[in-house]
Design a protein around this ligand. Structure first.
Ligand SMILES: Cc1cc2nc3c(=O)[nH]c(=O)nc-3n(C[C@H](O)[C@H](O)[C@H](O)COP(=O)(O)OP(=O)(O)OC[C@H]3O[C@@H](n4cnc5c(N)ncnc54)[C@H](O)[C@@H]3O)c2cc1C
Length: 425
């Protein structure tokens, strides 16, 4: 990094290589720092922490530790890497543990001028430590993550109950309502939900991945609204955390895909309140994925509730850059995947995505609703947005991020020489 700094060169950093943000983990005519050879993971029982080298992907981090009964708070898809932690990170363990990054204990960080520092919640680099909980690739290169261990049990410990229920199109509105209600109501750190709608070749399926760290009776009570909706398939049962972690496996096959995302945030809704903003988002996604179904491998609308206990857990662990208000909300991700060979989107597909993202409207694909709503005051998910979106602007700690960035990179070298989120300059 010192050589890059001195040479005034462009650069990029790559860990798992899974980012949907085009340009962030690669560089044309510059230096790419790849962590593909740094993939170690270990558990230290005396500190009750896990140390991750940045090149590991979550499947290997979970597999490497499962015999010791511990796991780090990591991504829900197995092939995602540790860049997840720099963007905040929404995990199946988040309702009880906070964002992935809330569980950072000690980080080795190479600053932009090549200086290596170790940041913790209460040492002289505490500001940097907090900025790295959501600050993405703007604050330095993390070469070692020491994170809290969660005692999730081994593959034989079936202490959870849950699984996947799929829903036919006639139930999609009800699934959306139940999800909005869960985001608003859930105060139970043991309850975990991920809802999604998947369009593959114009066959649209609604999914609710639901897990409860407890008994079947507690599961049934917590997810009663979801259980009452007419279903297509149901596969529920006792599960270990390892089973849960494997439920989504890899996101695409090995031929590789271009994946693009767009992120919004909506406040949860109490029963009886209208869910118009949620329905509008669903309609927009539905229009897009149906219109372009022939070109897409798949189109997904994934809805990740961020319930109150997740927000509280983050605050109790020192706070993060997102710093959401203490109100249940959800991050909604509109995702498309195309085969690598077809990765040049047509002009119409690009314009329609831009319309969704509230740019000046160029198509009528989204009429009559036109653009995706997002509720002010709630952070969008840095890990699941689009390069044109200003995620930092939605963060609760934008001013802290700006001052911390100016302190550690006074010449603005990182902003000038590597692609990543904007809004700090
Ligand atoms: C299908 C799919 C499923 C996903 N599921 C989830 C999910 O469940 N929850 C969630 O929160 N997110 C999820 N994500 C988003 C994912 O967390 C982010 O894309 C994340 O940035 C990927 O990390 P990576 O290491 O694989 O990626 P990379 O592309 O290698 O890195 C991502 C970014 O972080 C930077 N970076 C990586 N490592 C370092 C480092 N050590 N120091 C400094 N900068 C670094 C890179 O420069 C790049 O800007 C998903 C993404 C996809 C495509």
């Amino acid at each position: 990094m010192k050589a890059i700094f001195d040479a005034d060169a462009n650069y990029a950093v790559r860990a798992g290589g899974h980012s949907g943000m085009k340009g962030w983990n690669n560089v044309d005519g510059g230096v790419l720092i790849s962590f593909s050879a740094m993939t170690a993971v270990s558990y230290d029982p005396s500190r009750d922490t896990i140390t991750l080298e940045p090149g590991i992907v979550w499947a290997d981090a979970v597999e490497g530790l499962q015999s010791q009964g511990v796991a780090a708070v990591g991504a829900r898809f197995n092939d995602v890497g540790t860049g997840f932690l720099l963007g905040g990170g929404i995990s199946f363990l988040s309702p009880s543990q906070g964002y992935g990054a809330d569980n950072n204990v000690e980080l080795d960080v190479v600053l932009v001028n090549g200086t290596l520092v170790t940041a913790t919640v209460d040492n002289e680099y505490a500001d940097l430590f907090k900025a790295l909980k959501g600050g993405a690739n703007r604050f330095g290169i993390v070469t070692r993550f020491e994170v809290r261990a969660v005692h999730t049990g081994t593959a034989d410990d079936k202490s959870w109950f849950g699984g996947l229920i799929t829903y036919p199109p006639s139930s999609h509105g009800a699934l959306l309502s139940a999800t909005a209600h869960f985001a608003h109501n859930s105060t139970d750190p043991n309850a975990v939900l991920l809802s999604s709608y998947n369009n593959v070749a114009n066959s649209i399926v609604g999914n609710a991945y639901m897990f409860y760290n407890g008994t079947i009776a507690q599961f049934n009570r917590t997810f009663a609204e979801f259980l009452s909706i007419p279903q297509s398939t149901s596969s529920l049962g006792p599960m270990s955390y390892i089973d849960i972690d494997n439920i989504l496996a890899s996101s695409t096959d090995e031929s590789g895909h271009l994946q693009l995302m767009a992120g919004t945030a909506l406040e949860g809704k109490a029963a009886g309140e209208d869910i118009d903003s949620w329905l509008q988002t669903y309609d927009l996604w539905n229009n897009y994925s149906t219109t372009f179904a022939d070109q897409l491998t798949f189109g997904v609308l994934a809805i990740s509730p961020v319930p109150q206990p997740q927000i509280l857990a983050g605050r109790q662990k020192g706070g993060n850059a997102m710093n959401p208000p203490l109100k249940g909300f959800a991050n909604l991700m509109f995702q498309i995947a195309l085969p690598i060979a077809d990765s040049d989107l047509s002009d119409e597909m690009i314009s329609a995505r831009e319309d969704y993202l509230q740019r000046s409207l160029q198509t009528d694909i989204f009429a009559p609703h036109l653009r995706a709503p997002t509720d002010a005051g709630f952070p969008i998910n840095m890990n699941e947005h689009d390069v044109t979106q200003d995620a930092f602007e939605t963060y609760g700690e934008l001013e802290l991020l700006k001052s911390t960035y100016a302190k550690y990179d006074p010449t603005g070298f990182n902003l000038a020489h590597t692609d990543g989120p904007f809004g700090l300059g």
